[in-house]
Design a protein around this ligand. Structure first.
Ligand SMILES: C[S@@+](CC[C@H](N)C(=O)[O-])C[C@H]1O[C@@H](n2cnc3c(N)ncnc32)[C@H](O)[C@@H]1O
Length: 309
């Protein structure tokens, strides 16, 4: 069977948490459970979320095979943005560390029927949480042209966004756009073939995925919520996979690690802002060449780490 997901920067990420036996760690993006399992192996306890029920089932199966982990993991099908509520319901007030490995898993990309991939034909879907209503099919067939163009431009950083949105709207007047292949063909017709620029559908698919799963909205707030429940000295590691996500993490960590955020022109501080974290990695950490050659999906990853003051 194909591997569910190869954990990225496993040593760097879990290593940064300095896991101690019996301490409690939050993994907001469980996926195949690679990072979480390393924490369990080191004797830690985990509370983990994933909004994808398939990830929860897979990780439950994986962890239940090792009796050593018994009683040390709680897996919750939920959005990590609900972290405070999830912890409150379980009477958890503090965490010894946390990790987010954002984006989608290899399983979600490789399972054609999830509709994330432009490499295989499937119904347009792209929902991480299959219980949610909004899917890529709804976005592509129901959103107005301007909204589509804005999403493709903003979330995909696609220069041909206007053209693609116009073509989608023109095509769907004739028939609904229901499959990844139909959409890929529309995108291809909007731009010349340029092998150096990567697959022409890459940026539009990324944009739709971000919109469907509301990946960027509330991310900064979720980071602050997680930091708010970390014990002093606890570490928080976040892996991102594209510049939009990374910008939010970078800016939020910079804000949280700065004492005064007043306009530089003011002679004295009037904001009273106090840093709640210190940055452990001022620059984003990238995977080694060795990891990239073993797992090309790690190439765009950036790891950022902070420590609660
Ligand atoms: C890159 S994978 C994580 C892989 C995992 N670290 C491992 O080692 O197997 C990202 C996972 O996070 C989940 N996810 C993404 N955004 C989420 C959110 N806001 N709340 C909960 N889960 C989320 C996805 O469904 C996916 O399974």
């Amino acid at each position: 069977m194909q591997e569910y997901h190869i954990p990225i920067m496993l040593d760097e990420t879990v290593g940064a948490l300095e896991v101690k036996p019996e301490r409690l760690y939050f993994d907001g993006t469980l996926g195949g459970g690679g990072h979480s399992e390393r924490i369990l192996k080191l004797g830690g306890r985990i509370i983990a979320t994933d909004r994808d029920g398939e990830a929860i089932d897979y990780a439950l199966g994986r962890f239940s095979k090792n009796s050593d982990y018994n009683g040390r993991y709680t897996l919750v099908k939920d959005n990590f943005k609900n972290v405070l509520q999830i912890l409150k319901e379980r009477h958890i007030t503090e965490l010894d560390g946390a990790i987010l490995d954002l984006g989608i898993s290899s399983h979600q990309i490789d399972e054609a029927n999830r509709g994330f991939s432009y490499m295989s034909n499937a119904q347009l879907d792209m929902r991480m949480d299959r219980d949610q209503f909004l899917s890529a099919m709804t976005v592509v067939n129901d959103y107005g042209e301007d909204e589509l163009s804005r999403i493709i431009f903003t979330y995909g950083e696609e220069r041909a966004a206007r053209k693609i949105a116009a073509k989608i709207v023109e095509r769907r007047k004739k028939e609904p756009i229901e499959t990844t292949s139909q959409l890929t063909e529309i995108i291809r017709s909007c731009m010349p073939d340029n092998p150096k620029a990567g697959h022409p559908a890459k940026r539009t698919f990324q944009a739709l995925r971000i919109e469907v799963n509301s990946e960027l909205k509330g991310l900064g707030e979720a980071l602050s919520d997680i930091v708010s429940v970390l014990k002093s000295g606890a570490r928080f590691a976040v892996i991102t996979f594209h510049s939009l996500e990374d910008r939010i993490v970078k800016q939020t960590f910079r804000y949280m690690s700065t004492d005064c955020v007043c306009d530089k022109s003011l002679p004295i501080c009037v904001c009273g802002h106090k840093a709640t974290v210190k940055q452990i990695s001022h620059k984003g950490i990238k995977p080694t060449e060795k990891e990239i050659s073993a797992n090309s999906r790690s190439k765009s990853a950036t790891l950022r780490i902070v420590e609660k003051l």
